[in-house]
Design a protein around this ligand. Structure first.
Ligand code: SF4
Length: 344
């Protein structure tokens, strides 16, 4: 049986309504979309994506991302949401998700979103430490995120809480505290974005003045390798790890500095697997030839980005091979000593 494939049709509504200028954000540049689409363009985007999907057993959502959706004029919000309704009715689209700020949530807003069948609301929490929020010019407190999360849950929406790592005044401990609060507030999913220095932002200015230093790639990977299992072990799905490689970032014209990598999630998973495998393999003598069996879904990250994990183990042992095994569940593995069939 075919697995159900999950698709999100992204509609970017950049900074149309955003009354803030967070220190890290030049939203128009991060999304790579400079103009908000009108309603007919939104409709055309949905049709185009629906035509492009190959797999029949699929779950499709429309996601309004970018700015502060619930801060745009009510009639514009409704205009966007109305475009999606016929597709929800026909079953081609199963849900609507949108992102907004915690201080743009109230009962009236939630009632409207419920009326238009929105299923998931993602809040940009970014940090749940007030010192970090203040230093990043977020304009809201951690307590406001808590209250908004409670309201969203009480209306029956799925809750997403996004976080950033490496903002001004952030530390690994504060990020872990943020992650624990995201779990406690009842989020079903999260996104983890390493902070980047984007042109024409406050953080860009501070970076040039030597007042802000972004995390290195190694630091961002090391923080994320702690946060990812923390979320996963508590039932919070990490739907994104690292910023989406929009053109502006990839060609380097907007990204000034910071831990951007197009395969950031893979780097983090590589590191997590490296630690697991190094520990487990240390029980074997260096002269061993080892077979490491992993779920087919995870074999690439177990071998590592650019096969780095395999190469490391091959330097220590006589030989190391990786084999896919359908009977092994996610995150687990078996090591077999090829010479005398010892299994773990
Ligand atoms: S992060 Fe969100 S709230 Fe802050 S400036 Fe960007 S769009 Fe506005």
């Amino acid at each position: 049986m075919n697995e159900i494939k999950h698709y999100t049709i992204p509609v970017f509504v950049p900074e149309m309504a955003c009354p803030f200028q967070c220190a890290f954000c030049n939203q128009k540049k991060i999304s790579g979309h400079y103009l908000a689409p009108d309603f007919s363009q939104t409709d055309e985007t949905i049709r185009r994506y629906l035509r492009s999907f190959k797999q029949n057993s699929r779950f499709v959502e429309v996601g309004f991302f970018g700015g502060t959706f619930t801060g745009i004029p009510t009639e514009v919000q409704e205009g966007y949401l109305k475009v999606v309704q016929p597709y929800l009715k026909s079953g081609q689209i199963k849900g609507i998700r949108l992102s907004t700020r915690p201080d743009y949530i109230d009962e009236q807003v939630l009632t409207r979103l419920k009326k238009y069948n929105v299923s998931t609301i993602e809040l940009g929490a970014q940090s749940l430490n007030d010192e970090v929020l203040k230093a990043s010019f977020r304009g809201h407190t951690a307590h406001q995120v808590k209250i908004a999360s409670e309201q969203i849950k009480s209306f029956g929406f799925d809750l997403g809480l996004q976080m950033m790592i490496g903002l001004p005044h952030d530390t690994l401990d504060k990020s872990m505290e943020t992650a624990k609060k995201i779990i406690a507030f009842g989020a079903g999913n999260t996104r983890i974005y390493p902070s980047l220095v984007i042109k024409n932002t406050a953080m860009h200015r501070w970076y040039l003045q030597g007042k802000y230093k972004p995390l290195s790639i190694e630091e961002a990977v090391n923080w994320s390798k702690v946060l990812l299992p923390l979320f996963e072990n508590n039932g919070v799905k990490v739907i994104r790890l690292g910023l989406h490689p929009s053109e502006g970032l990839l060609n380097g014209s907007e990204l000034v500095a910071g831990p951007f990598h197009p395969s950031f999630r893979e780097l983090v998973l590589t590191e997590i697997w490296s630690e697991k495998l190094q520990t487990a393999c240390s029980d074997f003598p260096d002269s061993s030839s080892l077979e490491i069996q992993v779920s087919p879904k995870e074999i690439n990250v177990a071998i590592g980005y650019k096969a780095v994990n395999k190469k490391k183990l091959q330097q220590k042992f006589k030989n190391v091979i990786f084999t896919p095994n359908n009977n092994i569940i996610s995150g687990k593995f078996k090591i077999r000593k090829l010479d005398n069939s010892t299994c773990f």
